[in-house]
Design a binder for this molecule. Structure first.
Ligand code: AMP
Length: 604
């Protein structure tokens, strides 16, 4: 057996022999990955043993009666499956300053805030060094595979990354979003250097207090280093699309800054101004060239390769709730390949994209068997109606026993359970994945959706994916008017009798009433779930309503989340706005310009 089992951070180890950072070695990283995935079952059991051993004195595990045992059978017999809600009392005691071992052997000193866009408010999640290490391991692994297919030269990356506001919990622990915790670590800087991914912008821009000023400066730095940029990236691809939508509005101002060598007064944060002034020198030639290139573009098609001719690809998470932005991303990227990034969460990483050549729509993630212990609850799709217990917002299936990483079956869907090195044991992440194949003996997963139902009134059940497909189908006629859906969300309106679905759209321009009426009918007909169709036919659910929003509404929603401490880097538009998102619902409702009721199942 190779040496990795003695050190689960094997990839990191490759880089740090004898305490000295050695040059990143692509082939060694791939070799290590091949090695751990060939023995995925054994590595998983060893990983679980280490987690339980390191944390055997944690109150949580002691209370469950584990008594220092580290074997799989005792673990499964003593430790229950939990959700975030179950662990909340423990996490809050940690955040309130209790220093004794509560969830982990070593006390937790930092808290991560999840993006909070699915539940309405950010969740507290324990964070520690182990999560930083696994992040670096994932970054190195996917880079090694990516670089083999799409090699880059030594240069820079135009990265749209942003930190969140940092604050202290009641007990004095630092709280940030998980991405910010990672960006602040020294390992991040070193790894970015190793994998030729150094950001064009100085730290003052990444850690700036105002997201809009940081975005402006990311674009400016990208243009200053136009010939060095090897790729364009962000954590979630929404940030890239958002950046280029903004670029369409401010490109002339950027040209003026470059021409004169003077930063616009819209960037007011002194630390950012000071950092940028070191890079920005009058460069009329560059300004003219950018100006000419922008004028020559047709509707901004291919702006990325036009302005960054040495860029090899666009990189970021493009799967799941990011899929609706792919069309716009392809438009901006022109002929450049879109490479979808890895799969993880504030609770920990899961898998790396080791097949970067696959288009984002079919991207898969090979699970790294040494970063956490994983279990999978089979999701049985075709349940008998009586087997299904339904609550308002969640489908609760009659559940099968979780299976291990190596027991999952190709073609089946599962809910992921994670046990990590930062105090989460048999934790239901809330994501549904499908097994597409195996890389050696570790599964390659495709992200399917969040577990929660989005839209349900009585026996209907529609998920995030169903909504996404309905919007995709219904927005097709807009293309004839050269329009697109900028962003969308939904709401269940129970203030009418019967209740009905409301879909909110922000459009890139004005569409005719005729087109939008057609779109609302098409939306209504695109929810194919039998419960919905049946309820619509007997009028147990009212006509679907399409509400068109004023331009800029989703920017207001983003600003609202950022104001609450969320980081743009982890932002995901909430796809259903319910009672727990009351401010967002207010923003939406006060920005409706027109509304259209479907007549697809006859008039209401
Ligand atoms: P958060 O920790 O709140 O920023 O978000 C983590 C969640 O983002 C995960 O549980 C997934 O639902 C989603 N996510 C993360 N990575 C991916 C990916 N590669 N593809 C699709 N969804 C993802």
């Amino acid at each position: 057996m190779s040496a990795f089992l003695n050190d689960r951070n094997s990839t990191v180890k490759v880089l740090k022999m004898s305490g000295k950072i050695e040059k990143f070695n692509q082939e060694s990283v791939i070799e290590e990955f091949e090695s751990i995935t060939k023995e995925a079952g054994r590595v998983q059991r060893e990983t679980l043993r280490k987690i339980l051993e390191e944390n055997s004195n944690a109150e949580y595990l002691q209370r469950l009666g584990l008594k220092g045992r580290t074997d799989l059978e005792s673990f499964k017999a003593c430790v229950p499956l939990v959700t975030h809600k179950d662990l909340e009392p423990y996490i809050h005691r940690i955040a309130d300053g209790e220093t004794k071992p509560i969830l982990t052997g070593k006390s937790i000193t930092t808290i991560s805030l999840s993006s909070g866009t699915t539940q309405g408010k950010p969740k507290f999640v324990p964070f520690n060094e182990e999560l930083v290490k696994s992040t670096m391991q994932i970054f190195q692994t996917s880079y090694a595979f990516r670089n083999r297919e799409f090699p880059i030269e030594n240069g820079k990356a135009l990265q749209f990354i942003y930190s969140s506001k940092q604050f202290k919990t009641k007990g004095g622990l630092t709280a940030n979003t998980a991405t910010t915790n990672v960006y602040r670590s020294k390992e991040f800087k070193n790894t970015m250097k190793d994998i030729q991914s150094q950001c064009c912008s100085p730290d003052e821009v990444i850690f700036g207090p105002d997201f809009n000023q940081s975005l402006y400066c990311h674009l400016l730095c990208g243009l200053i280093y136009w010939d060095k940029v090897q790729f364009i990236s962000s954590t979630f691809s929404h940030s890239i699309v958002h950046a280029f939508r903004t670029f369409e509005l401010i490109w002339e101002e950027l040209c003026t800054d470059i021409r004169d060598g003077v930063l616009t007064s819209r960037v007011a944060v002194p630390s950012i101004r000071a950092a940028i002034s070191k890079l920005l020198k009058p460069n009329p030639e560059l300004a003219d060239s950018i100006y000419k290139k922008c004028l020559g573009l047709s509707n901004w098609y291919g702006v990325i390769p036009e302005l960054w001719p040495n860029a090899k690809y666009v990189y970021g998470i493009m799967t799941g709730s990011m899929e609706p932005y792919l069309k716009k991303l392809r438009h901006y990227a022109g002929n450049l390949p879109l490479l979808s990034a890895d799969y993880g969460s504030s609770e920990g990483w899961i898998g790396a994209n080791v097949n970067p050549q696959l288009p984002p729509e079919s991207a898969t993630f090979a699970v790294l068997p040494d970063i956490a212990y994983f279990e999978f609850i089979p999701i049985r799709e075709k349940l008998e109606e009586q087997e299904l217990v339904k609550s308002l917002s969640t489908i609760v299936y009659t559940e099968s026993e979780p299976v291990s990483l190596t027991e999952v079956k190709v073609g089946e869907e599962y809910e992921i359970i994670i046990t990590n090195f930062a105090g989460l044991y048999r934790y239901r992440l809330g994501d549904i994945v499908k097994v597409m194949g195996f890389h050696n003996s570790t599964p390659e997963l495709q992200f399917i959706r969040r577990r929660n139902l989005l839209l349900t009134i009585n026996i209907d059940k529609n998920t995030e994916k169903d909504l996404q497909l309905a919007v995709e189908a219904a927005s097709k006629p807009l293309a004839d008017e050269k329009l697109e859906v900028v962003d969308f969300t939904s709401h269940v309106d129970l203030s009418t009798d019967p209740g009905h679905y409301v879909i909110f759209w922000e459009l890139s321009g004005d569409a005719t009433d005729e087109t939008l009426s057609g779109c609302s009918n098409c939306l209504d007909q695109s929810f194919l779930d039998a419960g919905y169709v049946g309820s619509r036919k007997v009028k147990a659910i009212g006509a679907l309503e399409l509400r068109v929003l004023r331009r800029g509404t989703f920017q207001k929603i983003l600003d609202h989340y950022v104001g609450q401490g969320a980081a743009v880097s982890q932002f995901k538009t909430p796809r259903c706005v319910g009672a727990s998102h009351c401010v967002v619902l207010q923003i939406l409702c006060s920005n409706v310009v027109k509304s259209y009721f479907s007549t697809a199942f006859g008039c209401t």
